[in-house]
Design a protein. Structure first.
Length: 435
């Protein structure tokens, strides 16, 4: 994490330990639960709704449930409830990634979408009472319910790629502080909502607006109500593009609680931190937004190449905007045994651009074969690719993949180091044992 360093798994071995050490806080963070005075049941209906959603059914005797006890259904899953196969990196805040082979779907299912939190999710995620304020440098400040968004603006559904700016940080040497993401802090789900552009146009964007500023309902890890865990923004030109959504559905259903329910921004191709979760306010400014995680070195990289381990002055950092060209091999899974013939497949994406080619090598980069590449299903979606490989004989192989985007940028073989461990887009490799 940036700014406030997260509690890592070295500090808290498991979510179960979090429940043991701080049960009331764990109830609040994982389920949005506040118990009755007798420390049983659910004082707020939203917490019960969240639990029911995560379990997929009602809890008939919920009034008897003791506060701070982890439900047995979640005890073996480190309370990544509603998720399947994710790897938990931090308990507080919750951060979890998806192994590459579980991202094989063309559209990422909700239960495979990674989680990147900066603070504690809100206790009340009731879509019926949720409100979004649009203000700042606008002609007509507005406060809108989710029903208002549905009824007053065109509702659209788009497949949009979200990737954490630190995806791949674990490969940096010297190591960079923060969540040690490997490959799985990326996803491309279908999001339903309204265009941010349409909402801002109705509010009336004033002359001189430079940046948006976003506020969510999550709270700071310190518990200080006057501190925001994160508040980032966008240049106004980016905010006014057609694929930036205020989303209230994910894959045809309500948003997952850990993915921003009931309302969030989705800003494809830019760092996932721009896609504010639990969205309550957007205000327009005549300067670059300076909220938490917008200043210093947060989501910034040096303005020049630097040597590994080099100390860089804060004045020499620039804000990350578009994410770089990248590809991912999702099948076969690395370190598996295959036959002499195998289909290799995956995804590729590149910020605001499209992918022109994906090439695959089985001989350590000596020769390359061009993969079959699908067009994006819409602007902002990753592109799916596949290739049939024939291995000449049994043995150990590595399959490498590299993508080239519409501006000619190609994935590198070696990492460009930076102090915060952002933007790792090196070629993905999987190890195969061919029988």
């Amino acid at each position: 994490m940036d700014g406030d360093e997260p509690v890592t798994k070295q500090d808290i071995p498991s979510a179960g330990a979090f429940f043991a050490d701080n049960p009331e806080r764990a109830d609040l963070e994982f389920f949005g639960r506040i118990a009755h005075n007798d420390r049983r049941g659910f004082l707020k209906g939203a917490g019960l709704t969240t639990l029911g959603t995560m379990l997929g059914m009602a809890v008939p005797f919920h009034r008897n449930y003791p506060q701070g006890m982890i439900p047995a259904a979640f005890a073996e899953d480190d309370v990544l409830v509603g998720k399947d196969g994710l790897t938990l990196l931090n308990d507080r805040p919750i951060n979890a990634e998806t192994p590459a082979h579980l991202l094989d779907d063309a559209i990422t299912p909700t239960n495979r979408h990674f989680i990147r939190n900066n603070g504690v999710p809100p206790t009340d995620m009731d879509a019926a009472t949720w409100q979004l304020t649009i203000d700042g440098m606008v002609d007509n400040p507005m406060t809108l319910s989710i029903d208002d968004l549905r009824n007053q603006f065109e509702v659209v559904t788009m497949a949009l790629t979200i990737e954490c700016g630190g995806n791949g940080r674990a490969a940096f040497n010297p190591p960079a502080k923060g969540n040690q993401w490997t490959l799985g802090a990326v996803a491309c789900s279908k999001w339903t909502g309204v265009r941010l552009k349409d909402v801002l146009e109705k509010a009336g964007v004033q002359d001189g607006v430079v940046y948006t500023a976003h506020v969510g309902a999550d709270t700071h890890l310190s518990g200080d109500p006057d501190k925001l865990p994160i508040s980032r923004g966008l240049p106004i030109d980016k905010a006014m593009t057609d694929n930036v959504l205020i989303a209230f559905e994910m894959n045809g259903d309500a948003l997952h609680p850990q993915n921003g329910a009931p309302l969030r921004l989705v800003v494809p191709g830019w760092p996932g931190s721009c896609s504010q979760k639990w969205l309550t306010r957007i205000y327009l400014r005549d300067q670059v937004h300076d909220g938490p995680k917008m200043t210093g070195t947060s989501y910034r990289v040096p303005n020049r190449p630097v040597e590994p381990g080099e100390k860089v002055d804060k004045a020499d950092f620039v804000i990350i905007e578009r994410m770089p060209v990248k590809s991912l091999i999702t099948s076969p899974q690395t370190n598996t045994e295959t036959g002499r013939s195998v289909e290799v497949r995956g995804h590729a994406w590149s910020g605001d651009r499209t992918i022109e080619a994906v090439d695959v090598s089985m001989d350590f980069g000596t020769t390359w074969q061009k993969a079959e590449l699908d067009a994006p299903v819409n602007d902002g979606a990753w592109q799916n690719w596949r290739i049939d490989l024939e291995f000449p004989q049994a043995g150990y192989y590595e399959v490498w993949a590299r993508a080239t985007d519409s501006d000619g940028d190609m994935q590198p073989f070696a990492i460009n180091w930076n102090p915060k461990g952002y933007l790792n887009n090196t070629m993905h490799r999987v190890a195969l044992r061919v029988a």
